[in-house]
Design a binder for this molecule. Sequence first.
Ligand SMILES: Nc1ncnc2c1ncn2[C@@H]1O[C@H](COP(=O)(O)OP(=O)(O)O)[C@@H](O)[C@H]1O
Ligand SMILES: C=C(OP(=O)(O)O)C(=O)O
Ligand SMILES: [K+]
Ligand SMILES: [Mg+2]
Length: 527
Amino acid sequence: MHSTNLLLEEPIRMASILEPSKPSFFPAMTKIVGTLGPKSRSVEVISSCLKSGMSVARFDFSWGDLEYHQETLENLKTAIKSTKKLCAVMLDTVGPELQVVNKGESAISLEENASVVLTPDQGQEATSQLLPINFNGLAQAVKPGDTIFMGQYLFTGSETTSVWLEVSELKGDDVVCVIKNSATLSGSLFTLHVSQVHIDLPTLSDSDKEVISKWGAVNKIDFLSLSYTRHAKDVKEAREFLSKFGDLQQTQIFAKIENIEGLTHFDEILSAADGIILSRGNLGIDLPPEKVFLFQKAALFKCNMAGKPAVVTRVVDSMTDNLRPTRAEATDVANAVLDGSDAILLGAETLRGLYPVETISTVGKICAEAEKVFNQDIYFKRTVKFVGEPMSHLESIASSAVRAAIKVKASIIICFTSSGRAARLIAKYRPTMPVLSVVIPRLKTNQLRWSFTGAFEARQSLIVRGLFPMLADPRHPAEATSATNESVLKVALEHGKASGIIKSHDRVVVCQKVGDASVVKIIELED
Ligand SMILES: Nc1ncnc2c1ncn2[C@@H]1O[C@H](COP(=O)(O)OP(=O)(O)O)[C@@H](O)[C@H]1O
Ligand SMILES: C=C(OP(=O)(O)O)C(=O)O
Ligand SMILES: [K+]
Ligand SMILES: [Mg+2]
């Protein structure tokens, strides 16, 4: 995305706003996570999603069984092969989510001012007057006057498919509610969100543990998105559980902040997790509307300064049914980029929306436009000030690489990395040019078989803004000898030229180790 950067701090010639963006091999530096489901599980649609810029696929186990999601994943793998687009896999847990048990899957019409009873008796049939739910502790958790939101799975907040309930009375284990707006709930699953109330259920449910052991391990998932994370211990317990599976040692845990409890423990959660998902869907119910922007700006800044990826969700809900977003949604996406998000997560829009591919390409275009006016200079100085001095060696190398690249107007930064750490640190300084993270595999053994590292590190960069992975040839020895580096560098430059990022006579900044020295060098391409 190497176009002339406009700066909002300077008067913009209005006509220049209409200048079309230059085509590039990727739609934006900001990444797009797509939730795959009924409307986005065919090889054809997934291939179009990948070509439109989706680089992480989310499999949400709030709904759908192992076989269903496995079939979708197999189609994703086919689509990756045919499109040659890398895509990471994210397993999203159900966690302590309250759900209506609607065995008949019939639509439920609810009338304003009528009463509806929420009951833990799952033997009952779901009707407009009685809704069985999957939690028997609700009557102990709520009190009259509390608010409960109920919507179809991955609710978009539109008033025709979700209702607000107010608790009016507790009758034993049953909770009697008044319906505050009329709506008809349809679809495969209705979820509930009880505002600002602690639900006494484990963050990692038994069902989640079974899904991780049976589906996550065999598919070597790159990310675990931990729903309703409320405390750092939730992340630590999830990591402990993952450590039982050899294939999940490197799986990164992204904590989903979905309620006020998670918000109030944000700092400890951020330090324990590998990344954060700002789950604005559920959090948007727990928080009063006027506070959502404040949380977003504060949370994104903290993630940026920690150098940990931050994902913003529920951005263009109306595109679930419309070919274009509302103006508010379009501006919301741009502001999420300007606020510092690494990635945008699409839920209902891609899972059950009519236009999953158009949604991804629209969001990608908005991100690209916002990136053009992102003031990297101000951000860079603010970051350097925040980090303070003395910087760690790697932080100074990374920030120097970015500074050098900007000053010489390099078209790309090439970063050699094995763990991915150096590349992520470079991305932290939000360079205006893409960063090619050249992942050098290391040979390892578990005493039973040889294998190469690198696949996780490469795919996990697909959620970091501005990072584009390239897997170096495993025949190149991992040690950083100058000969090795040159040959790998040559391949990386060819890769850059082939994808159109590097043109003849461009300047390229390279971050690598030569012998024991970590170096940043600037090369001028001859041809
Ligand atoms: N296999 C490699 N070959 C060449 N340089 C490397 C390699 N791995 C890391 N580097 C470089 O070494 C320096 C330290 O990176 P470090 O963070 O220790 O490695 P990693 O990124 O693999 O965690 C960085 O400049 C990085 O670009
Ligand atoms: C991403 C979110 O969670 P989910 O889509 O899993 O409900 C959210 O609530 O915004
Ligand atoms: K979920
Ligand atoms: Mg949620």
